[in-house]
Design a protein around this ligand. Sequence first.
Ligand code: LMR
Length: 390
Amino acid sequence: MFSLPPTPEDPVFALNRLFNADPSPTKISCGIGAYRDNSGNPTVLSCVKKAKDLIGSSTQNEYLPISGDAEFLSLSRELCFGSDPSSNVSSIQSLSGTGGLYLSLKLLSQIGCKKVYASNPTWGNHKSLSLNAGLEYSTYTYLDLTNLSSPSIDITNFLSDLSSMPINSAVILQACGHNPTGVDPTSEQWDMIVEKCRERKLYVIMDNAYQGFASGSPESDSLSIRKFLSSGLDFLVCCSYAKNFGLYGQRVGAVHVVSADSKNVVDAMKQIARATYSNPPKHGSDIVKTVLGSEELKKDWVREVGEMSERIREMRSKIREKLEETTGGSWKHVTDQIGMFSYTGLSKEQVMKCREESVYMLESGRVSVAGVNEGNLERICDVIGRAVGE
Ligand code: LMR
């Protein structure tokens, strides 16, 4: 008979459940990282709508190969690296970014990697995925946590932590739009990070979940990936098309393996995929392939992801303005940060006070700015103002 202790819920989805169960007509979700438009509604991009109309129905329910759709993968490489660098890059379609991380971490554990490091703080699922893949998990210094009001990367300790990782450890780096802090390394800092990873012979996994959301330009947001590519190091990139295409529930993603041995690495990942879920879903990758494969639809997409990113930037300015007015303190960090999230610096106690007033954010004080709009901004800031003022 089963006899199990209770399993703790995932914090992001638990918060979403609490939000959905809250009967308050004025409740606001700034928890899960899912884009909402200025009226608070989920967005279906117009390029996605057009692509759906173009996708034929006769083959839509067929199996994809275990490695996924080759054309989708080639277009994904092009987006990630600037062009399709076919020679020493091989790819496998994945169940969005999470599925790509799973394939990568499981593969690393199979080839003798023992330990994986992610930033402190990081997206909570990095730890769960690493442990689930059978790896030891630890963190490296990332943000200077002593000065959250003027956020910056603690590069000295970051590099020194990289230096002391055992050779053959794995390191998860977020390519852009760092979750949860909204703070990315500068171009010079990335150069130093790449160099350290080379020195320590680390297995690098780039988690590329927000391409387009950080700067508004998918090309600029791939700077870190392109630096790793030109360094000649072996590395893995896990791409998600959940946020930047608004295809959250479709689970569209890809892992690109950069290595002279990339084909064998992907073949080993195909074994893992076959023994886990067999092959990837098709509809989402059909959509992304149709958009990225059409000059016109790709232009629409670049514009639309730029607009989403711009709306978030506008909300950051307004939040800062309003909070500085109501609290009298500095909220400069809200506009210094980029991407979907703001690491507000609110304590757990202050977050709980906000929840009592039906404004939901993660316990860490992470606010999904994608959930803020002209209609709810005042209330969010009033509630935060009261929580920090008490
Ligand atoms: C988030 O961090 O809110 C998103 O990436 C959703 C998730 O899967 O956790």
